[in-house]
Design a protein around this ligand. Structure first.
Ligand SMILES: [Zn+2]
Length: 180
C-alpha cells in the first residue's frame, strides 16, 4: 500500500504522516502555556505561569498538556481512531503526545490510559486511550499500566474499585473548553 496522507488520503512519500496542506490546518498548542492547565498564554514571563482560570478554579491534577485544538484535521484524526477503526494515525498522535507532554514525562513513572466504561469498550472493541498510551509508553520508555485505575483499594474493611468514578473525573477534567 503506497503511503497516503492520514487525513486526506492523498499520495505521500512516507507512511504515517500528513501532507503539508493538512499539517498547516492543525492549530498546535505551543508555549508559553499555563503550567497547570496547559492552555496557551498571551506572553512569556520567563518563569512558571499560572493562568487566571487555573488560579480561580485550581484543577485536581497538577499539570495537563495537550497537542492541539480539537477542531478540523485534528478532530478528523481523533474521530478516525475512535469511531472508524482507523488506527494508522496512532504513531503520529503518539509522537505528538510525547512532544507536548515532554516536561511532564521527565518525572513520570508510568503511563495510565483513561479507562473506557465497560459497555462502551464492548461496543467499540478497543480503548483508543490505551492504544495511544501504548505508543507514548514505548516512545518515552515508560511502563504502561492500563489497569492501574482498576486496582481495588480497601475501604471500610472491604475492597472496592474506584475505576468508573476515576475515569469519569479524568474525562471531565481533561476536556478542553472550546475557545471563545
Ligand atoms: Zn493531507
Amino acid at each position: 500500500m503506497p503511503p497516503l496522507c492520514l487525513a486526506r488520503h492523498t499520495p505521500l512519500v512516507s507512511h504515517y504522516a500528513l501532507c503539508s496542506h493538512c499539517w498547516g490546518r492543525i492549530d498546535f498548542i505551543r508555549p508559553p502555556l499555563c503550567d497547570r492547565l496547559g492552555l496557551p498564554m498571551p506572553y512569556d514571563t520567563g518563569g512558571t505561569m499560572i493562568s487566571a482560570a487555573a488560579a480561580a478554579n485550581p484543577p485536581d491534577y497538577d499539570r495537563a498538556r495537550a497537542v492541539a485544538q480539537f477542531e478540523g484535521v485534528m478532530r478528523d484524526l481523533v474521530h478516525d481512531l475512535k469511531f472508524r477503526d482507523r488506527h494508522d494515525a496512532r504513531r503520529l498522535l503518539g509522537r505528538w503526545l510525547v512532544e507536548a507532554g515532554a516536561d511532564l514525562m521527565s518525572d513520570a513513572d508510568v503511563v495510565v490510559p483513561v479507562p473506557l466504561p465497560r459497555g462502551r469498550l464492548f461496543r467499540r472493541r478497543f480503548n483508543q486511550s490505551a492504544i495511544l498510551g501504548q505508543e507514548v509508553a514505548r516512545l518515552a520508555c515508560l511502563n504502561l499500566r492500563p489497569w492501574r485505575l482498576f486496582a481495588p483499594v480497601k475501604q471500610d474493611h472491604r475492597w472496592v474499585s474506584h475505576a468508573p468514578s476515576a475515569a469519569k473525573t479524568l474525562q471531565e477534567h481533561l476536556r478542553f473548553r472550546p475557545r471563545d
